[in-house]
Design a protein around this ligand. Structure first.
Ligand SMILES: [Zn+2]
Length: 262
């Protein structure tokens, strides 16, 4: 948790300096996004504990698809293959969030940010936090992932998400080379472009290979990228939240009623 906060703070400061952004404006935007942590964190903590218990149970009982493979306990399979498979399943989860209407109404909250930066990483509707962890528990149960790989995935996933959302883009040459394997900020910025079908591209979490394999890869120049969502460009949800933030009676229950109504 400490490292997570430290990395966010460092990237936030780097963005402010590198892009000469107004600290006041950026602070206002980040404060709004940070509010989502309040509702998502308890759900995340409880469900990660459940997920850890499922992983420990699967390992103890040799349960899951991984144990159908020969040498299932070999580190290359247990850690290497499992890491890659869980990343592919994260891709499947993200595609599902975009294409199933009942899930999209929660995921769109993440996409309505019109000034994507490192704070956008935590802009997640609590409903999505619940759904995301349900999917993860299902993947762990089906695959037989261990607690160790679960922890490794969490670290890689968090690092990748923070980097992907940062407002600082990589130089084109570095972005092209790294983008062959990894989701770079440049690639994830395209996913946050307001207009379809670009919003439905670059679903990858750590690796970009799934988008290339399944035909959802795209590249979008900085000057062509406009953050947000075409159906929510009026910023009404954010305006309600900001108004409540400014008021002294901005209680969590009120915030829920006003913003989390989807
Ligand atoms: Zn998305």
């Amino acid at each position: 948790m400490f490292w997570f906060a430290l990395i966010i703070a460092s990237l936030w400061a780097a963005e402010t300096r590198a892009l000469s952004q107004s600290v006041a404006v950026k602070w206002r935007h980040s404060s709004l996004n940070s509010l989502f942590i309040v509702s998502a964190l308890p759900i995340q903590v409880v469900m990660m504990l459940v997920c850890g218990c499922v992983a420990a149970w699967a390992t103890r009982h040799h349960w899951g698809l991984v144990y159908l493979l020969p040498n299932a306990d070999h580190p290359l399979i247990k850690y290497g293959l499992m890491f890659v498979v869980l990343d592919m399943l994260d891709y499947v989860y993200h595609v599902t969030m975009h294409h199933v209407a009942a899930f999209w109404r929660y995921h769109l909250v993440h996409h309505t940010d019109q000034a994507v930066d490192v704070s956008t990483t935590v802009r997640e509707h609590p409903g999505e936090t619940f759904i995301r962890n349900c999917f993860l528990i299902l993947w762990v149960f089906l695959c037989g992932a261990s607690v160790e790989i679960l922890m490794l995935r969490q670290i890689a996933d968090t690092a990748s998400n923070l980097c992907a959302h940062t407002a600082i883009r990589l130089p084109p040459r570095a972005a092209r080379i790294l983008g062959w394997l990894f989701i770079t900020p440049n690639l994830h910025h395209a996913h946050h472009h307001f207009e379809m079908p670009t919003t439905n591209k670059n679903y990858g979490d750590v690796f970009s290979v799934w988008d290339r394999l399944f035909g959802t890869f795209t590249d979008l120049a900085r000057e062509d990228t406009v953050f947000g969502l075409e159906t929510h460009m009026d910023g009404a949800g954010d305006a309600r939240l900001l108004a409540l933030l400014a008021g002294s009676r901005a209680r969590l229950s009120t915030l829920r009623r006003n913003y989390f109504r989807v």
